[in-house]
Design a binder for this molecule. Structure first.
Ligand code: PHE
Length: 347
């Protein structure tokens, strides 16, 4: 009797069904009302009292082994066709998912990166807290330059044990600081753009904020000329806005470029006929640029007698204002969903 049950246990444990039918056969043989288990349990009362406990334990073991197998293979032979879809239209669309949207500044930043990557520019990064060397000195800012003034720059208090070049740390005032960091690590040819947040101690108004976003770009190689700069920026403007967009360069001054210029684009709002965004001039300034000053190349340990380069820096907010016809830059940091929900773009 005991031997028979042990043999059943071994059989149940080694059972490997290869079809649904086989599994059903197994279930009928062991578990169904008229199956082996029912039979064995009913024989329990005929077993001698001193052996009954052991016998009971064995039959229980068999029960668990058989039920375990059925559980294990329960879903193994289910096919889709065996599921009942009656009365359901499987071609109906699912519930819509609310996915949110990108911030307009993110969209514009991504688009700027994508435009420049098409002409061989990669992306570089740098810290928002900068020392004097990377934000000012290496970029040729003279010691008395007004940008170094507390009025324009947020300085950060140092702890007594911090020793920093020229004794000051500040929130970077422009992304040009990344130029210096890239030159420290890479040698020409360098062709990169550097998006990032910058900070200036300015009164907040429709046209200025104490923090905003810039994209710096620069290209250093042998024989890089002002013509390369101009063509690169024209390409950018026409890709960013439209093929009819015109650019104009006006002479300007930056300590780190020589010669320097500011670039205007034809006003996207009035198409040049005059409106209050372009102050009836037909032109809107979007960036500063120029040929990298040889002294700056030297500070980056790049030989200016072999290499030259151009650089430019633009405000992302300014571009976004033009692109989306927004006339107050404060709206970009208000986080008002009525504004943000207008931007569904995915890039
Ligand atoms: N850093 C300048 C600014 O913030 C922009 C600029 C970048 C100008 C590179 C020339 C070259 O205004």
């Amino acid at each position: 009797m005991f031997e028979v049950v042990r043999a059943y246990i071994a059989e149940a444990k080694s059972f490997q069904p290869s079809s649904k039918e086989e599994l059903e056969q197994f279930r009928l043989r062991f578990i169904s009302k008229k199956g082996l288990l029912g039979d064995l349990f009913s024989k329990l009362k005929d077993v001698a009292a001193e052996e009954r406990k052991e016998f009971g334990l064995l039959v229980n073991e068999l029960k668990q082994a058989a039920e375990g197998k059925i559980l294990e293979f329960k879903d193994a032979f289910e096919t889709e066709s065996s599921i009942d879809f009656k009365g359901q239209d499987l071609t109906l669309p699912g519930e819509p998912l609310n996915t949110g949207s990108f911030h307009p500044l993110t969209l514009v930043r991504k688009e700027i990166i994508s435009i420049f990557s098409r002409i061989g520019f990669n992306v570089s990064d740098g810290p928002e807290i900068e020392d004097d060397w990377h934000n000012f000195s290496a970029l040729n800012f003279p010691p008395e330059h007004p940008a170094r003034d507390m009025q324009d720059t947020f300085f950060i208090d140092l702890t007594p044990d911090q020793t920093i070049y020229n004794g000051s740390l500040a929130l970077r005032t422009h992304t040009s600081s990344i130029q210096v960091r890239v030159m420290d690590k890479q040698k020409p040819p360098i062709r990169t753009i550097c998006p990032g947040r910058v900070y200036r101690n300015e009164a907040i108004s429709a046209r200025a904020h104490c923090f905003f976003h810039q994209v710096e770009g620069f290209y250093i190689d042998e024989k890089v000329s002002f013509a390369d700069l101009k063509q690169t920026l024209l390409y950018f403007a026409q890709e960013m806005f439209n093929a009819d967009t015109k650019i104009r360069l006006r002479p300007s001054y930056f300590p780190f470029t020589e010669p320097s210029a500011e670039m205007d684009i034809s006003c996207q709002i009035c198409k040049g006929s005059g409106c209050n965004v372009c102050k009836y001039s037909g032109w809107v300034e979007i960036l500063g640029c120029g040929m990298i000053d040889p002294a700056v190349l030297e500070n980056g340990k790049i030989d200016p007698s072999t290499y030259s380069g151009f650089a430019f820096g633009m405000g992302i907010e300014r571009i976004a204002m033009m692109k989306y016809a927004v006339n107050d830059l404060r709206i970009f940091s208000d986080n008002d969903v009525r504004f943000l929900r207008n931007f569904k773009g995915v890039l």
